[in-house]
Structure formats: structure tokens, C-alpha cells
Design a protein around this ligand. Structure first.
Ligand code: NOJ
Length: 556
């Protein structure tokens, strides 16, 4: 069980309105009590924050808004003291344009070794006025920006698959490879337990950087349909060469892992987890072959519509693909890049997955969304494999869907020409205490994004200990999952239920088997006679039946 902390928005220790590492350290006992095994922190490195820290200017230091290296060390040791592991975010595809290497590349000019560490090209057309190819940036617009030559005239272009302030590294360059191998060691030596690898599918580009006529989808297809490129692989995504990089990294991690020690329990292992938005579970499985990464985010499940058949198919495909390489699969429903599932699932079934929701957009049905989100989470947490949860989903937080557009900070909004609202709605600071300014996010009452009024009633202190709240549901699910060993179990579908019911048994190697029923149909369904309810995502009917949009766990 991994809990994702978005450091800007979890807990503000110094009152500047932005979350920080001391704030996180102070609140770690909350995560121990929630019952997770590890936390993953989105980037905290020195950064101009052009993409909320996914634009790194120094991979070996902490941005002052988040604290210091000493604060990071304290966080790691406090987490370890509570039995929590720490996974940090590694951003190897691109740096900030304020990284010293990029600044050196600008100063050194065309043909220099400094420029070779990034992807600089001459433009097309008589004066080089056109970008070197037609690739589009994930956030909108062209993925090339032109720089000035030393004499002030227009010069070469550089590639950025993301914002212009995020130039892509040239991973064919040995210095880039050596640098990141060293960065891995730097953080491993500080005691971190692993890395979440940002856009792991992007590092290598097809030779010659050929034109590509289709848009770039970072976050899969908005409508949840696996991306079909008519049999062609986009030249910027999922090139075979990326795997060689991860084989080298795995060797580095292995050198820190006591895999050969006598009596070794697996406890000391450091891991790599790929963020790779690829076309299929089969492509994803290639990232977790036994000499590559340990885990990869499975976005298939996140993108699945709230239909029983679709969910069964996504689970089966994911398990089959992971099994084919002997890796555990993973599950995730929310993160800092997508509309929170409590809001997503409140849109009509079949709706294209929006990239942000704002004023004037169709608004989700909050009650329906929360009910389905609780059922979806209870389904997910019963599945074998690793689950990743995103801060605040344990409170049932909705996205902020009526945020004024002029406070938005995601570069997606301006770069898309104000057509895609982007990801600010899921990044709003956490509510801890319903009666305090900023709902207890920090001591000053400031927040870098406004919190919706609905967050007061959802604050941690309002939910903790109160029966039936989403926080208590997560605590109960995580405790039962741990007690029964469900993460390491195996799944068998149960066929004798209506089509609109997802029903399976999770049989753990050691613990007791658990029967899981999620009812997506209009009619309530009966659980097997004599089975004991362990946890339920919502109340049963007065007759003891499982109602619509409800998941129950039963001892089988
Ligand atoms: C994926 C990250 O999750 C996202 O937030 C970021 O904008 C891109 N990678 C670029 O680093």
C-alpha cells in the first residue's frame, strides 16, 4: 500500500501557503494509523515550479519552499521509525531550463558538447523558421522552442515534450546516463526505499525524430479507450531503447538490496516504479521484466468506465500481463494528474475522462461520485497486487470543480489555449481541521490554491473516529487487507451472479480467503447465506442485501 503525497498540498509547516517537508514529518503518524506501508512523494527538488516541481534544476537538493536536505533526512528517518518506507520521484526525461546544464548548452552554442546533452536541432525552412518536426507538446502547442544565437539572431530549436521550461535530455548521451546513475546513488545513500520514475516511456526517441501526425497523449485517451495508433508506435513514446536504461538502474538497486543475505525477508529492498502511459498491459509488462523495474502504474484500471464487464476485463488483462513476467500488478484510481475518482465517477457513465473540470463545465453528481468512489476503492483494495492511493482520497475529497480560472497554475490551461483546464482541481491543499483557517493546512491560513467550502465537512478531524465516514472506511479496508494478506493473494471470478455484479474470491497464500461483491446493477443482490461481512463501502438494505454501487468484503 503506497500513499502518494503531493508535497505542495499535504501539510504546510511554515505558513507560506505551500506544503513542505517539516509539515509532512509532523503528520506522519496519520499515515501509520491509516495503515499504509510506504509513501511516495512527488518532486521536492530545487525547481522554478513551472510544472509544480516536475521541472528540476538540481536533482541533489531540496527546493527552499519545501525545506532543506536536513529536512529530507529527518523525514526519511522519522518515516522509517514509524515503519513507513519512502519512495521519491525521479524526473529523468527532462530538466528545468534553469538547470546548469541547460544554461551551459544555451551559452555554448550549436555543435557543442553542452548542447549534446539536450535535443537541439536546426529549424526547417529557408531560415530555419519552422520547428524541426511536427511533434506537439503534451500540454498543448509545439514541442519545440527556438533559442537566440549569441549575436541575438534566431538560433536552434530544442525539444520539450512538456512545457517549454522542461527541455528533454538526450538519453543517447553517456553523460546523461552517468548523471542519473549518480543521482540514484545519491538518494539511495540517503536511505530512500525507491523511486517513482516520471514518464519512464519517453526517454528514448525514434532515430531521426520522424514526424507524427497524431496528438501526444500523456494520460491515455480521455475517453478511456486504449490508444490505438493504427499499429504504429509514436516516435516519442515507448521505444525499445528505454529498457536498456532500466536494466542498468536495476543493477544499481540490486547492489543496495540484500537479496543474497541469509534469512533475508525482503524488507530491505529498494524499488523502481514506472510511470508509463503505454498502449496496453502487455507493453506495460515489459517495464517490469525481472531485470527491469519492480512495479509500474497500471492506468488501465483508472481509465475503466463504471461498468461491471469493463472492470472485470481490465482486472483480468492487468493480472494476465503482469503474470506473464512474474511481476505484481498495481492498481490506482487517483493521482495528481487526473480528476479525483470521487468526481470522475460522478459524471455519467461513458463520459470522456476530462482533463480538469471548471466553471461552466458539466458538474459531477457529488453524492453519486462519492458512493461509487467508495465502492471502487473497496474493489481495488481487495485485488491482489500493490495499490497506490492519492492524498485526500481517503477523505472522499472531490476535485475542486468550480475554481476560478485565474488562480489556475497548471501550464496545461494556457498552453492549450484555455481549452483544457488541467490538473489544479486535484491538487488543492488537504483539509485537516474543519474549523480552522485553511482547514488546518498550515499555521497562517494561506493556501496556494483555494479550497472548496465542501472540504470543511470532509476534514480529517471531522471524519476520524466517526462511523461510516470515508476515512474510517479506508482504515477498515486497509486493516482487513493487511490482516488477510490480500495484496499477495490470487483472484478467482465467481460466475453465479448477475452480469452487472463484479464478484470474486481473493485467496491469499497465508491468510483467510475473502469474497468480494461489487454491485453495479440497479437491483440489490444477496450475499451468500452465512457469510460474515468484514467491511462494506456503504450501508446494506434493510433486508441485508448489497445495494447499487456498493462493495462488500465477506469472509468466505
Ligand atoms: C508526469 C507527472 O505525473 C506530471 O505531473 C508531469 O507534468 C509530467 N510527468 C511531466 O514531468
Amino acid at each position: 500500500m503506497v500513499y502518494q503525497i503531493y508535497p505542495r498540498s499535504w501539510a504546510d509547516g511554515n505558513g507560506d501557503g505551500i506544503g513542505d517537508l517539516p509539515g509532512i514529518t509532523a503528520r506522519l503518524p496519520y499515515l501509520r494509523d491509516l495503515g499504509v506501508d510506504a509513501l511516495w512523494l512527488s518532486p521536492f527538488y530545487v525547481s522554478p515550479q513551472a510544472d509544480a516541481g516536475y521541472d528540476v534544476a538540481d536533482y541533489r537538493d531540496i527546493d527552499p519552499i519545501f525545506g532543506t536536505l536536513a529536512d529530507a533526512d529527518s523525514l526519511v528517518s522519522a518515516a522509517h521509525g514509524l515503519g513507513l518506507k519512502i519512495i521519491v520521484d525521479l524526473v529523468p526525461n527532462h530538466s528545468s531550463d534553469e538547470h546548469p546544464w541547460f544554461q551551459a548548452a544555451l551559452a555554448a552554442g550549436p555543435g557543442s558538447p553542452e548542447r549534446e546533452r539536450y535535443v537541439f536541432r536546426d529549424g526547417r525552412g529557408p531560415n530555419g523558421d519552422l520547428p524541426p518536426n511536427n511533434w506537439l507538446c503534451v500540454f498543448g502547442g509545439a514541442s519545440w522552442t527556438r533559442v537566440k544565437a549569441a549575436d541575438g539572431t534566431d538560433g536552434q530549436w530544442y525539444l520539450h515534450l512538456f512545457a517549454a521550461k522542461q527541455p528533454d535530455f538526450n538519453w543517447e548521451n553517456p553523460q546523461v546516463r552517468a548523471e542519473f546513475e549518480d543521482v540514484l546513488r545519491f538518494w539511495l545513500d540517503r536511505g530512500v526505499d525507491g523511486f517513482r520514475v516520471d514518464v519512464a516511456n519517453a526517454l528514448i526517441k525514434a532515430a531521426g525524430l520522424p514526424d507524427w501526425e497524431e496528438p501526444l497523449h500523456l494520460l491515455g485517451d480521455a475517453d478511456g479507450v486504449p490508444h490505438d495508433h493504427h499499429g504504429k508506435r509514436p516516435p516519442m513514446w515507448d521505444q525499445d531503447g528505454v529498457h536498456e536504461i532500466y536494466r542498468v538502474w536495476r543493477q544499481i538497486l540490486n547492489s543496495y538490496n540484500p537479496i543474497d543475505a541469509a534469512g533475508y525477508s525482503g524488507e530491505g529492498d529498494r524499488i523502481l516504479c514506472a510511470e508509463a502511459w503505454v498502449d496496453s498491459p502487455e507493453s506495460l509488462a515489459r517495464y517490469v521484466r525481472d531485470d527491469e523495474m519492480h512495479q509500474a502504474f497500471n492506468f488501465e484500471f483508472l481509465q475503466t468506465q463504471w461498468r461491471a464487464g469493463d472492470l472485470r476485463e481490465a482486472v483480468t488483462k492487468s493480472l494476465t500481463a503482469a503474470d506473464s513476467v512474474g511481476a505484481p500488478t498495481t492498481w490506482v484510481l487517483s493521482n495528481h494528474d487526473v480528476v479525483r475518482h470521487a468526481s470522475r465517477l460522478g459524471l455519467p457513465v461513458g463520459t470522456r475522462r476530462p482533463n480538469g473540470i471548471g466553471v461552466g463545465d458539466p458538474q459531477p453528481d457529488a453524492a453519486l461520485g462519492l458512493r461509487r468512489a467508495r465502492a471502487a476503492t473497496a474493489l481495488m483494495l481487495a485485488l491482489p497486487g500493490s495499490s497506490y492511493i492519492y492524498q485526500g482520497e481517503e477523505l472522499g475529497l472531490p476535485d475542486s470543480t468550480d475554481m476560478p480560472d485565474d488562480v489556475r497554475q497548471d501550464p496545461t490551461w494556457p498552453r492549450s489555449g484555455h481549452t483544457e483546464r488541467g490538473r489544479d482541481g486535484c491538487r488543492v491543499p488537504m483539509p485537516w481541521e474543519g474549523d480552522r483557517p485553511s482547514y488546518g493546512f498550515g499555521p497562517s491560513g494561506r493556501t496556494w490554491l483555494p479550497q472548496p467550502a465542501s472540504y470543511a465537512a470532509l476534514a480529517v478531524d471531522r471524519q476520524a473516529g466517526a462511523p461510516g465516514t470515508t476515512l474510517e472506511l479506508y482504515r477498515a479496508l486497509l486493516a482487513a487487507r493487511r490482516e488477510h494478506g490480500l495484496g499477495a493473494g490470487s483472484l478467482s471470478w465467481l460466475g453465479d451472479y448477475p452480469e452487472e455484479v463484479v464478484a470474486f474470491v481473493n485467496e491469499p497464500a497465508a491468510g483467510e480467503r475473502v469474497l468480494v461483491i461489487t454491485n453495479l446493477g440497479a437491483e440489490p443482490v444477496a450475499a451468500p447465506a452465512g457469510a460474515q461481512i468484514l467491511v462494506s463501502s456503504g450501508p446494506l438494505t434493510p433486508q441485508g442485501l448489497v445495494p447499487t454501487d456498493t462493495t462488500v468484503w465477506l469472509s468466505a
